[in-house]
Design a binder for this molecule. Sequence first.
Ligand code: UDP
Length: 310
Amino acid sequence: MRLVITGAAGFLASHLTDRFLEAGDEVIGIDNLLTGRMENLAHLEGHHGFRFIRHDVSAAFDIEGTVDGVLHFASAASPPDYQAHPIETLRVGSEGTRHGLELARQKGARFFLASTSEVYGDPQVNPQPETYWGHVNSIGPRSMYDEAKRFAEAMTMAYHRTHGVDTRIVRIFNTYGPRMRPQDGRVVSNFLVQALRGEPLTVYGDGSQTRSFCYVSDEVEGIYRLFNSDRTLPTNIGNPVEFTMLELAEAVLAETGSSSPIEYRALPGDDPKVRQPDITVAREILGWEPKVPLREGLARSIPYFRTAVA
Ligand code: UDP
């Protein structure tokens, strides 16, 4: 297959690029490097199956030759990043998605949207099945990301229903691992960096809010299987084991052997209180479930973060 992956220099899409290249596919990676980094692709320099194009997919683009799949992963994804770039985030979710869909339509390619657990907002149902419609503040501090992705899902379904484009939608839950930007502001990267530097771990609020953390190799495998499946409706891919942020802090301290103290900070507005994917669909349709437990995933991530903070 010849695939176009937007956001290819980002944490998750760079790993996904590797997965397709390992399978013998060809990848054209596109990124404007707003939050992506060329170092995530450095190991692919000279790889015959890979080509990089620096471009902002919020502006129209064309690709010469045949294309079998368009995978739209471009977007700021950590709350501090998308809050620093609200208009870029809304544009890449709206115009960027439409440009990817247009390319897929013209080429007769499959379109794959990277959506998010944030479409569920601050959920009133836990765990969240795909059938849950969500609880989202359309003007709040997370709205630029949540609404961009909700719009992207709607646009994807509209192209599917109106133009018959072959589409897939994954709802990605909190994912972590090597190649995350150490300063991207997310909780796993913050805690690991803080622990390795002997600085206080910053717990927002009282630390009782929960998230469910998926190691990147598990997330990529689920995404890869979903791309190759015939499931058109949105599908949750994430690890269903739920932790409080205090439990995460303790796991990070134990795995790093750090004696950093915990420091409490104000809870940001609209911070979801709970989050856990219901992965019944992924289990049944893809035969997929995560294999790497949190402590093991942290241990696998530490060497990368140790180098990154050195
Ligand atoms: N959080 C925290 N300390 C940090 C960064 C984040 O306690 O240094 C909390 C944050 O308030 C949220 C959870 O960790 O409840 C996950 O935050 P993250 O930004 O990783 O992703 P989110 O799931 O909120 O998009």
